[in-house]
Design a protein around this ligand. Sequence first.
Ligand SMILES: Nc1nc2c(c(=O)[nH]1)N[C@H]1C(S)=C(S)[C@@H](COP(=O)(O)OP(=O)(O)OC[C@H]3O[C@@H](n4cnc5c(N)ncnc54)[C@H](O)[C@@H]3O)O[C@H]1N2
Ligand code: MOO
Length: 460
Amino acid sequence: MSDHQHEHTAEGDPCAADSGAERYWTVDEHLADILGTVGPLPPLDLQLLEAQGCLTVERITAAVDLPPFDNSSMDGYAVRIADIEGATEEYPSVLTVVGDIAAGAADLPVVGPGQCARIMTGAPLPPGAEAVVPVEWTDGGSGGKDAAVGMAPHSSSPEGAGGEVRVFQPAENGAFVRRRGDDITAGQVVLPEGTLLGPAQIGLLAAIGQDSVRVRPRPRVVVLSTGSELVQPGTPVGPGQISDSNSFALTAAARDAGAIAYRVGGVPDDAARLREVVEDQLIRADLVVTSGGVSVGAYDVVKEALAPEGGEQPPLGAISFRKLRMQPGKPQGFGLLDGTVPLFALPGNPVSAYLSFELFVRPAIRAMLGAEEVHRPVVRAVLSQGLRSPSGRRQFARARYVAGGPGEPGSVAPVGGAGSHLVGPLAQANSVIVVPEDTTSVEAGEQVEVVLLEAADRPI
Ligand SMILES: Nc1nc2c(c(=O)[nH]1)N[C@H]1C(S)=C(S)[C@@H](COP(=O)(O)OP(=O)(O)OC[C@H]3O[C@@H](n4cnc5c(N)ncnc54)[C@H](O)[C@@H]3O)O[C@H]1N2
Ligand code: MOO
């Protein structure tokens, strides 16, 4: 056995100390309980930029035509086509300029026979005109034989356009004209129900004149970490203390899943204090995540605070603490606070907390957002190093996955060992290998199931 394989054995695994009598939940039972409890949040009208990343809950119909009026796609001259028929550089058509139309102009000159109007990109086509000739096809009103390179800026000739212009080329009816409604017509469905609102969709809503949109809002997720040993990163770490990393990783993971996340720093191991903090946070929480304090230690206060046994205070909610047939992530708490707000009590070990979030909390957030697919993508890949797994548990081994060529499976290698405290290798992982409950070893070259935690092949 290689050293690497040795690292992935179940030896020294804290999950090995189980008594036979207790009921264990499978990963699937736990997930089914979660997804059976958590559903989409009620829809809300949000301002456009607040709605970024949300899904629409109804189809959206344009109330207006886009463009709203016939307009020019070039800076040039609005003309009648009969006037410029057969125009050449040698025999240009000479037209009288009757006005100047900037984008936003409302008073438009009428273009009669032998006349034209200077026009800017986006400006309305004036009555009588049938096409636009770009300024480069004309002398720009200079009276010379050479094509113009541009127009004199309005600031340097505020009197606007007048006099004559020579046009050196003919144009077809409608040339350089963007017709009213050629993009979108009033009454047209522009976004179907369930559209994910990204920059282009938000731009489209603004273009049709909407300032708000009805969506499933992002869940507001409050992340708490518990433990008297925790200090805020950036402050000195005393004897026996560690920097609180879970609240940062889990807040970032909640954002990554599409939530609005609030990090509440380390709460000491004091059940009454924790209870107070959770109660305070309920005002802004659609979902609460805690880490730590769910095992069997004397200071594991999350259980005590949320599901007090025989105490004077009633429980804050119906939170069930359970053990799962998985590694890492064996101890888990889940239930509803106040009958409405889902609470996830995740184990404190950083790898356990993070993977539990990925497997259980992320799908809940996605379900609240109304997403059709709530799970991370799962692929099959060839294992490049053998690994061991404890019997009776589904193991989730941190790994690096590299996609294969077209039609080929990718390859995957475990990173780091099985210890739930190993945050170094976790930061190298882009995936987890799933080893089923009844499998105790997988050899190099065999295919395994891999959950992708991010786009594969991202350089570290
Ligand atoms: N006798 C038993 N002991 C343990 C068992 C068991 O079944 N019997 N289960 C082990 C397993 S598995 C896990 S997972 C942990 C879960 O423990 P808790 O959820 O109670 O977590 P804590 O004891 O509070 O902390 C565990 C570990 O993680 C560190 N930690 C906690 N919070 C943070 C944080 N915010 N940032 C960084 N690190 C954190 C903490 O210092 C501990 O080292 O229980 C096993 N024990
Ligand atoms: O191994 Mo525990 O299961 O670290 O979560």
